[in-house]
Design a binder for this molecule. Structure first.
Ligand code: ASP
Length: 336
């Protein structure tokens, strides 16, 4: 399939996914179960998370679980034509998008993830299936693709995409990054749901570092790095240069900061300050975190100026700015 064909497939799928998502995976017998005790709170990275949050909310309102909401919200971004998520995302140095995703369910502390997977239209669903149908937590590469196909997920042939990236590759001075190089660009959708029972679920999905060496895996599918959910405390997730996140199990660190009493915004900011102390990049980290605690307080912080994140409840749905670490006295962030 050419890139054009692939993109148009993805575009068509977007509309179908948006239409089908509210009912998908939702049992009518559980309708309103997740909305009875308190309003749900949904947080995600970047402005492009907002429609995903809103679909996640509708999924809850249709009787879906927090996990359903996470999956449906992220599926929307995976087929929205986003240039950093899903098969329309950034190709690696060989011209093929290799996708990373993970999902965690607070109750039972379950996790699933796929990494470096090619051709899978919905890596977040693959991650959920790893969690629910296997004794494993993580599948990578061809195995993850094979498993996705076996489970009935839509899988395209990435080999046929290579030709469409020829010009892109030819324009590059170096076919793949060397030590010290920074990526041209990258982004991740990380989305976390606190439902009305006070249960948490989260997920993330990305094509990772643009032009990465084939086989490179970022922070996003690594439990504790790109995402961490602890149903007793809260949840946190990352976007930004994964190499700066995964050396520190940084989302786990954010959750632990909340466990020790920090607000979500402060927990994110403190994790970044701690990393900056020892990371060779210093404050030039290009990392951003979102967090939510069990009480429904939420926040975000980032080294990227005015890191936008999306926050949605039944009352409002907005794109806000995380606390900028370069101006840590400026109070932005969450609702704490
Ligand atoms: N964290 C992702 C990665 O390094 C990219 C991003 O979120 O910008 O693969």
């Amino acid at each position: 399939m050419t890139q054009t064909t692939r993109r148009s497939f993805l575009h068509q799928t977007t509309l179908a996914a948006a239409a089908a998502a509210v009912g998908a995976g939702c049992s009518s017998t559980t309708s309103a179960k997740h909305l009875t005790k308190r309003g749900p709170v949904i947080i995600s990275t970047w402005g492009f998370g907002k429609p995903a949050n809103e679909l996640a909310l509708r999924t809850l309102q249709g009787g879906g679980s927090a996990l359903d909401a996470v999956e449906q919200g992220i599926r929307l971004v995976e087929v929205s034509g986003n240039s950093s998520v899903g098969l329309s995302g950034k190709p690696n140095a060989a011209g093929v998008p290799q996708l990373d995703a993970c999902i965690m369910n607070g109750p039972g502390h379950q996790a699933g993830s796929v990494a470096g997977v090619e051709g899978v239209v919905h890596p977040i669903s693959a991650a959920r299936l790893v969690m629910e149908k296997t004794p494993h937590v993580m599948l990578v590469g061809r195995g993850a693709r094979w498993f996705s196909e076996q489970q009935g997920l839509k899988v395209l042939d990435p080999a046929k995409d290579e030709a469409s990236y020829k010009a892109w590759l030819a324009a590059r001075e170096k076919p793949s990054p060397g030590k010290g190089d920074k990526p041209d660009n990258h982004d991740t959708v990380t989305l976390i749901v606190l439902d009305t029972n006070g249960d948490l679920a989260g997920g993330c999905s990305t094509s990772g570092w643009s032009g990465k060496i084939p086989g490179r895996v970022g922070d996003s599918p690594i439990i504790g790095s790109g995402l961490y959910v602890d149903n007793e405390v809260g949840a946190a997730g990352a976007t930004g240069l994964g190499e700066n996140v995964m050396r520190y199990c940084a989302s786990y660190a954010v959750v632990e900061n909340m466990r020790h009493g920090m607000s979500p915004t402060e927990a994110c900011a403190e994790a970044i300050r701690r990393i900056a102390k020892t990371d060779p990049a210093g404050m030039d980290l290009a990392i951003n975190f979102i967090a939510i605690n069990k009480q429904g307080e939420f926040g975000a912080a980032g080294t990227q100026a005015n890191f936008p994140y999306s926050i949605t409840t039944p009352e409002f749905s907005e794109v806000r700015k995380g606390q900028p670490l370069s101006q840590s006295t400026q109070k932005e962030g969450g609702n704490e």
